[in-house]
Write a protein that binds this ligand. Sequence first.
Ligand SMILES: Nc1ncnc2c1ncn2[C@@H]1O[C@H](COP(=O)(O)OP(=O)(O)OP(=O)(O)O)[C@@H](O)[C@H]1O
Length: 304
Amino acid sequence: MQQQQPVVRLEGVTKKVSSKTLVENVTLSIPPGQVFGFLGPNGAGKTTTIRMMVGLTSITQGDVIIDGISIKNQFEQAIINVGAIVENPEMYKFLTGYQNLRHFARMMSGITDERIHEVVQLVGLSKRIHEKVRTYSLGMRQRLGVAQAILHRPKLLILDEPTNGLDPQGIRDLRDYLRQLCREEGTTVFVSSHLLSEMELMCDSVAIIQNGRLIDVRVLKDENSNESTTADVAFEVDQPQQMVDILGMGIIRDQTVILQLGKEDIAVTNARLVQSGIKVYGIETVTRSLEDQFLEMTGSDQIG
Ligand SMILES: Nc1ncnc2c1ncn2[C@@H]1O[C@H](COP(=O)(O)OP(=O)(O)OP(=O)(O)O)[C@@H](O)[C@H]1O
């Protein structure tokens, strides 16, 4: 496991509206180059969290740090690094896909025609890009929305429930081009969903939110480790937050941080923590699978 500066870090993010707490103390670090899932039932607080991440609503407590820059203190510098589809992307249906992209490109600086062609290819819209948007399917409109959101090469792409209304093939296609985006442009993708099965198809890692609180973070696909030999490992430490910052991921529960690790990684992680001055009081393997956890939470794989 390598130390990488997270692309986005949520630090104790809390949203209160009058006396109601919609999101409570969410802390999360997302390393670069991943498709990262944000999973939770309807009303869990996903959209509210995302709206805070992109400055559409204020943060009551805590902060969101994008590529090292605080969204609270330096909004404009931080948001340059973000592309997002939070509500339905605004498209002119009477124009072609290409004309829409040209229109958005004109509103930003430095977007060349070449770049437009590049993003169109990346989202797989080349064949239909010169047709009017009103003839597009939902999946195609979404591709166009993603193309628009990545025109300026953001480091982080945020998509709120992008699989809504897509069939399984549409979900696979979405995964394929998001993965390509990660690989070719180094973009980190943050997607929300209420379906575990969709997240398993699309994401490298997933964080689970329920009732406004983060309850788990885990790696689904780790190309560097053999999945069958990884397990959830709970580290009891003196400085949980610092540990998550150093490693770039992990879920904090009281004085414990939970990570999904292979056997060798447990020893390596422990050594790194000790070297970084973090006191490790205990290391314990936790055996529940993601599905077990879901069944416990909801009684089905669909938590919506
Ligand atoms: N402005 C607001 N005032 C009061 N309550 C709100 C406000 N906005 C959202 N909520 C409530 O906060 C909770 C979290 O909503 P949010 O939309 O973030 O959830 P979600 O996980 O995105 O769910 P969904 O998938 O249904 O959109 C819900 O109970 C919602 O009714």
